[in-house]
Every structure is written in structure tokens, then in C-alpha cells.
Ligand binder design. Structure first.
Ligand code: ADP
Ligand code: MG
Length: 317
């Protein structure tokens, strides 16, 4: 459905998207995940044909977005970052306007606009000016604009930014239900969001793809790591010296200096070694008081951070 092949985009001498490739199959809901500045919006703008890649090719449903832009663009509904700027239009006027832009057939327009307003729950506010709507409603208007014309592909750039928790839940379930009839790409910098909605995640950082996988597999990939979190009082600053003596230790990381004088650490050790007993014994001897000690469950958040860190290290070699 969507083929991105060796695509690079530069702003001046700065490479925002660096030789990325991926495929998206029909009917998939795919998450483009990465921190701010990773290149998500740039990538989406190239898929929608708003930006031209400096190198590489993008093919939408068999049509190159550069060589056959009209055909390719017709398949795409795009919801840009932020909210729509057409403040002086009513909701219905805006959706009609979007329908015209997308050249929805005259005889289908009325029905299509109505359907889209129903899908996005906008019927009640259809005659209100966009400027008078709450952020959550504005986001839905933007979503309706993407949906009109019934495109096969929906590209949603950070669809939940700025929404309150209730609105976030609503938008997420809307996206999920849209995924039944459309191929969806959505971007986010929030991992839990992507893993809730998407079956496939593309992790991007500094313009490069770091991993493409299911949320479950990503979690699995970093699971072998053995981590213990602990809170200690270490008046003599001996923790580093003492921890080094424990067999199988890979890393001691300071996480936080607490106001009460205690410190939070994470200790990473080799797989299948339980270091907790030894930590207790050695720390007690060194008068390091343990306030709390827990085996850490690996979360997707950890997977994300680890994947990004690993890639950064490779890049610095
Ligand atoms: P994301 O959507 O993941 O936050 P963007 O694709 O918006 O990232 O931006 C990627 C990088 O490119 C960032 O470092 C950003 O500052 C830079 N960038 C984006 N748009 C422009 C532009 N028009 N001119 C110069 N640099 C830009
Ligand atoms: Mg962005």
C-alpha cells in the first residue's frame, strides 16, 4: 500500500530524514514513534506529497507520489500537526471545503460530509464556528477533514497532542475503529499510545529508523536484561566501589537524588543472575542502607530508550 524507499530529506545542510525505508500493507495501523525532532512530521509530509524527498521514492498504491501525484494523493487523508486554522468557517463549511479540495463528486458530497460528521461525532456542532470549539472538537474537525472523500490511507500527525484524558480516549477509539476500513499511519512521541493502537511500530530517532516491529516483540527484545531498582542511603559514598565487587554486574546508574538524602539507582546485571541477595549482604557490610529494592519489569518505555541509546552509541563509534 505504501512503499518508502531510501528516502532522505534535508533542510539546508541538516538531514532531517536519513535514508529511511519501510512498507505498510493495506489495513495496517502503523505507529511512527520518536521524540520531538525525530523526523516524524517530515516523513509524513513526504508521504502526503507536501514535501519532496531529496533522494528516494515513495509509492502509494502502485503510484509514485512524484510521478503521479494526483492519483497517489487521492488515496490519502492527512491530518496535520496542530488544529485547523480555518477559524471563520463553521464545521460543516470546513468539511465541505475539504470535500471540494479533494474533488469529491457533487452527487456524493452531501452524503459523504454527513457520514464523516457522524463518524467524528460532530453533528451537534456542525453549524458552529471552528474558533468557538474546544481543542478536542477542533481535533475531530481536523480528523473529519482527513476522512472526507473516503481515502484508503489516513495519515494522522500527533492526533492526541493537547487533548485532555477523556478526549484522548475518544480519539484513540475513533482511530481504532477507522483502522477497520483504512490503512492508518499515526505519529506520536508517546509509547503507550502507539502500543495501545498499533500492531506495528516504526521507531525513528534523529531521522533514522531504529526498529520496525510489533509492540510485543520490542518488549521481548529487551526483556533479557536484568534490572533492579533501589533506593539507598549511602553516607560514605561507597555504592560504586561495593557494587563493582558483585559478580555479573553490568551497570550502576544513578536515577535520582532525593530531597531526603536518599538516592535512586538502577543496577543492570547479566541475564539469569539474581543479584538481590548479594546486594543486601554487601551493602549492609558497607553501611549502605537499603530503603527499597525491586526487580524491574521491562516496559516498552525501556525498550524505546534502550533502542535509541544503542543506536546513538553505534553512531558515535
Ligand atoms: P518531529 O515531527 O518528529 O518532531 P520534524 O519532522 O518536524 O520532527 O523535524 C525533524 C527535524 O527537522 C527537526 O530537527 C526540525 O527542527 C527540523 N525541521 C523541520 N522542519 C524544518 C524546516 N522547515 N526548516 C528547517 N528545519 C526543519
Ligand atoms: Mg512533528
Amino acid at each position: 500500500m505504501i512503499e518508502v524507499k531510501n528516502v532522505t530529506k534535508k533542510y539546508g545542510s541538516f538531514t532531517a530524514v536519513d535514508n529511511i525505508s519501510f512498507n505498510i500493507e493495506e489495513g495496517e495501523i502503523v505507529g511512527l514513534l520518536g521524540p520531538n525532532g525525530a523526523g516524524k512530521s517530515t516523513t509524513m509530509n513526504m508521504i502526503t506529497g507536501f514535501l519532496e524527498p531529496d533522494e528516494g521514492e515513495i509509492i502509494i498504491d502502485g503510484n509514485s507520489i512524484l510521478k503521479k501525484p494526483k492519483k497517489a494523493k487521492k488515496q490519502i487523508g492527512y491530518m496535520p500537526e496542530g488544529v485547523p486554522l480555518y477559524n471563520d468557517l463553521t464545521v460543516k463549511e470546513f468539511i465541505n471545503y475539504m470535500a471540494d479540495l479533494k474533488m469529491v463528486q457533487r452527487n456524493e458530497k452531501k452524503e459523504n460530509v454527513q457520514k464523516v460528521m457522524e463518524q467524528t461525532n460532530l453533528i451537534e456542532v456542525q453549524n458552529k464556528l471552528i474558533r468557538n470549539l474546544s481543542r478536542g472538537y477542533k481535533q475531530r474537525v481536523s480528523m473529519a477533514g482527513a476522512l472526507v472523500g473516503n481515502p484508503k490511507i489516513l495519515i494522522l500527525d500527533e492526533p492526541t497532542v493537547g487533548l485532555d484524558p477523556k478526549q484522548i480516549t475518544e480519539i484513540r477509539s475513533l482511530i481504532k475503529s477507522l483502522g477497520k476500513e483504512h490503512t492508518v499511519i499515526l505519529s506520536s512521541h508517546i509509547l503507550s499510545e502507539i502500543s495501545q493502537i498499533c500492531k506495528k511500530v516504526i521507531i525513528i530517532n534523529k531521522g533514522k529508523i531504529i526498529a520496525i516491529d510489533t509492540p510485543e516483540n520490542l518488549e521481548e527484545k529487551v526483556k533479557d536484561e536484568n534490572a533492579v531498582t533501589l533506593t539507598v542511603e549511602d553516607k560514605d559514598n561507597k555504592i560504586e566501589e561495593v557494587t563493582k565487587q558483585i559478580k555479573g554486574i553490568k551497570e550502576l546508574k544513578l536515577i535520582k537524588d532525593n530531597e531526603d538524602g536518599t538516592k535512586d539507582y538502577v543496577i543492570i546485571s547479566e541475564e539469569k543472575i539474581d543479584i538481590r541477595k548479594e546486594i543486601f549482604e554487601k551493602y549492609a557490610k558497607a553501611h549502605i542502607t537499603i530503603f527499597e529494592l525491586k526487580k524491574r519489569e521491562t516496559t516498552l518505555e525501556d525498550a524505546f530508550m534502550k533502542l535509541i541509546e544503542n543506536k546513538d552509541e553505534e553512531g558515535n563509534k
